[in-house]
Design a protein around this ligand. Sequence first.
Ligand code: HT7
Ligand code: ZN
Length: 864
Amino acid sequence: PTPTRLADYTPYNFEISETRFDFRLDPKATRVRSLLKMKRTGPGPLVLDGEAIDLVSVEIDGRQLKRSEYRLTQDKLILEETPDVFTLNIESKCNPSANTTLMGLYVSGGRFCTQCEAEGFRRITYFPDRPDVMSVFTVLIDADKTAYPTLLANGNKIEEGDIDGGRHYAVWHDPFLKPCYLFALVAGEFDLLEDSFTTMSGRSIPLEIFVDPGDAPKAAYAMDSLIRAMAWDERAFGREYDLDRFMIVAVRDFNFGAMENKGLNIFNSSLLLADAETATDMNFERIESVVAHEYFHNWTGNRITCRDWFQLCLKEGFTVFRDQEFSADQRGAAVQRIKDVRALRARQFAEDNGPLAHPVRPTEYLKIDNFYTATIYEKGAELIRMLKAWLGEDMFRKGSDIYFDRLDGTAATIEQFLACFETASGEDMGQFMRWYEQAGTPRLTVRRRRTPTKPVISQVVSFKQVTPPTPGQPKKAAVLIPIRWQAIGENGPLMEPQLTVMTTKSTDVSYPRFDEPHSISVLQGFSAPVILNSDATTADLVRLMGNDPDAFNRWEAGQTLARRLLVDFAKALEAGKMPKTNPALRDYCKALGTTLNDPQFDNAFKALVLTSPSSMEVLMEAAPIDPIAVHEAGQWLSRAVADALRDDLLVTYKAMRDKTGVFSPDAEAAGRRALKSRCLALLSARFDPLAASLASNQLDNATNMTDELAALITLSRLGGQRVESSMEAFFAKWKDQPLVLDKWFSVQSMRDHADGIHAITRLAETPSYERNNPNRVRALVGGFSMGNTKLFHKLDGSGYRFFADQVLDMDSRNPSVAARLLGAFEIWRKLDPRRQALVQAELDRIIAAKPSKNVLEIAERTRG
Ligand code: HT7
Ligand code: ZN
């Protein structure tokens, strides 16, 4: 297959001033009629996209075309000759109930819904399915009234009524220009949760969340999050909502998290529904951020969209940045930043340092669905954060105001986006643009030295940057790196925080000589997405853990210490040696104890300090290495910490128990639970009866899912008699709640079962395993490949084989989800040679099986 290339972009040769769709819904044969007012803007044939649909008729200005007057291929409808201005009428049919790809129009739980981004609209009817063709849409939906009492589409409802034969209809009009990927249609029986929001100009907007019957109370937190997000966007970016109503629909079968369709967001129910009994604090946190994210897209994505899919980061990077800022505002900046950086390191750094590395703005793709990546989203957000750090808060806001003003109603590019910040600040954006074009994570080395001049009047910090080669990009240029740094003494900072904007491969900065011992806190707040290699000693890091005014770097100092220990432990274990306790380990444990017992830090922060770097981070640093040694190194470190801090952990665990009896999902209460869970997890690393009895007790008495799941996970790690009965009891209790059952599958998938892969295979064969549902498949197959180190990486190859079989099985029904799962193999070059050979054989087998384009692209790029 030939890739699509950024360099080949050409504007579409027609404008569509008006679009009308007429849907007659039927699960097996939905009929779609379209009326498009077309105007030619360039030479060439009219080419429309269409896939897996049946064409019934084509008319131009009321005249039906003969078969010889158009060409129909697998995925295109081509009209060689057309007038310059004309009305095009097309009738086509599709089969939503047979649509297991969950792209286009499909049926989930007996309800119709759509997913059009990126290229799903072409599965609904023939249309130019590209983001730069924008039009004003009017949509009529006609459906059986009993089966589908609620009929929704984008915009405002302008008409509704009954039709003969037990059917009814509704007409929706969206006055804003939009591309077809933002189109949405929903029909079915729903319960409704309603509220309203008064905008800054005084308009009252009805807010409606549509959920499966009985689920409305579980949408309350999403509604609350939406209202807070609407208010925040007015405050932080001056953005007001535009339509007369805002709707959200929850569906159980969904390929992704959620979708920002204009005025009608569609959500994976796992990211919308929550209550204390069935959802964890992490679920609540994600709901808050994703509801905000989709809402924020109304300006960054919908009012201003992307010219082409290479510009995906224009909307995704900016919107992730906006949702991160919102969460920081709602839940605490330091804790939010730490969580975002942890996720970035585990997912994006792994991607950027492996075979799937690509620039934030890629230059070619086979399937755009494969580019909804951590690089486009999370690294994309980091670039916006750097822009703000570099230009300053006021200039950043000025630039974004210019952006919203200048480009409203258009399909824009990254160059146009950056030009707004250039106008605002007068800074040249040329070098900053490299961040969008160059893949790979820069390594930033920092060294301290004294100036050679005598007497010593200043000291120097030297920075060097290198970006290693990535596939297709052997040579890298220097990027602009904003480095926030500060000298820290025994009692706190010795100077104001500095911002060094590094633009060359190396640079030296000097600071006044301080007589007292001090350390340099570099990259405060993680001011750039780079891998820092510093000459900080253990003493420096311990000092920073205690004294750095930047909370992120207080946490980061502990992480650096832990990462060094973990790499050493992993290498020792791989060589068949037992890790040794050493002074650095003792200092680390002592510093953790100091943080744990310091009342000035909040509980969520303490929980994060007590969490060591992910195995992914260690794997990347110690590669090539046996992943099981990395996993065991983590267990070793946890055990050492638990041995050193046993009493403190136990006291804290007990102190964090809820005494109010009333569940609140707020950050403070969630922080207490997070710290409690962390203490329990650490105590369980000692494998003594204490942790088992604490976990059993917690499981028996839990009144919320956060506590219940934390206890279940602890028991599942401890093994022993209680695990099977606890797993069975959990299943029996929650078997009718799909979102909780997903959690059960996920815990099961990560267990080190005595009979190995056979247990995982049995799980995939149980009647409650829904092979067509992405959430269930992600819970089992995703959980297994990303969270079950021992069985996935077993040296007999059984884990990799099972995984590849599951990917191929899923590929036959849902290529986009299958390709995403396959991402678990991206780290294969970091593994020891024996495992590399095993993964390579599985990749070859997948490629030989002639998979979908989605899976083929990922398999071939991973294989290299
Ligand atoms: N913009 C949305 C992307 C999305 C998507 C992409 C591919 C396949 C299915 C999908 N569902 C939603 C989500 C977002 O970033 O807000
Ligand atoms: Zn998004």
